[in-house]
Design a protein around this ligand. Structure first.
Ligand SMILES: Cc1cn([C@H]2C[C@H](O)[C@@H](COP(=O)(O)OP(=O)(O)OP(=O)(O)O)O2)c(=O)[nH]c1=O
Length: 197
């Protein structure tokens, strides 16, 4: 369907981002970064998430020559507060208790750095509305272990889907990569083209 003359590199250890990018059916490598995400200071959540995505992507761009690097970061924002990946059972329960019966934003920033070092970033936002959650459901879900590697403490693509009433926006963005927006951007930057018969 598409072609590229660029060597594409995904700057992510996330298996979900790998699966999503693979949907373009173009070859890519994975090179991960080891940056400290908490070092980013920004005035808005959008600038924060962009800053983290850029930090990861620049770190990988330093390690790889002649490639287009794609990196991303996903945050969950509730009442203008960041709900990070929970590290304890208590924190996971606290996140989900706060999200219960309410709406929150999932923002994924994508950074693209081409082989000449030109940087492009954008942020995609999806609104997620949660059901009223019983304490029983929250505790059972947290006991499954699913919340711990995920921003906000849930995965919409796993059993966390039971918590969700509805979403407004791109589903893939919640999972970690707004593929349609990324595709549009890669075409606009002439990094990928439509294949001719
Ligand atoms: C809200 C939500 C988040 N997530 C995930 C997406 C991201 O992988 C993760 C947020 O952490 P990130 O720091 O964005 O990504 P990561 O640490 O998993 O991978 P890397 O930095 O190497 O790219 O939360 C889901 O999988 N499902 C969801 O419904």
């Amino acid at each position: 369907m598409f072609t590229t003359n660029h060597k594409l590199v995904l700057a992510s250890a996330s298996p979900r981002r790998k699966e999503l990018l693979a949907m373009l059916a173009l070859p890519f490598d994975i090179v991960t970064s080891e940056v400290e995400e908490t070092s980013v200071q920004a005035a808005t959540m959008q600038d924060y998430v962009k800053g983290v995505a850029l930090l990861k992507t620049r770190d990988v761009a330093k390690k790889v020559d002649n490639a287009t690097i794609i990196g991303a970061d996903t945050i969950v924002v509730f009442n203008n507060e960041l709900l990070h990946k929970p590290t304890t059972r208590e924190e996971a329960i606290s996140h989900l208790t706060r999200l219960s019966g309410a709406r929150h934003a999932v923002m994924t920033a994508v950074a693209i750095i081409d082989s000449k070092g030109q940087e492009t970033t954008f942020v995609e936002e999806t609104t997620v509305v949660f059901n009223e959650l019983s304490q029983e459901l929250i505790e059972a879900y947290v006991a499954s272990g699913d919340p711990f590697d995920k921003a906000g403490g849930y995965g919409i693509q796993t059993a966390g889907t039971l918590l969700v009433k509805r979403i407004e926006g791109d589903y893939n963005n919640v999972v970690g990569l707004p593929l349609a927006a990324l595709f549009t951007q890669l075409v606009a930057l002439q990094i990928i083209q439509f294949a001719k018969e």
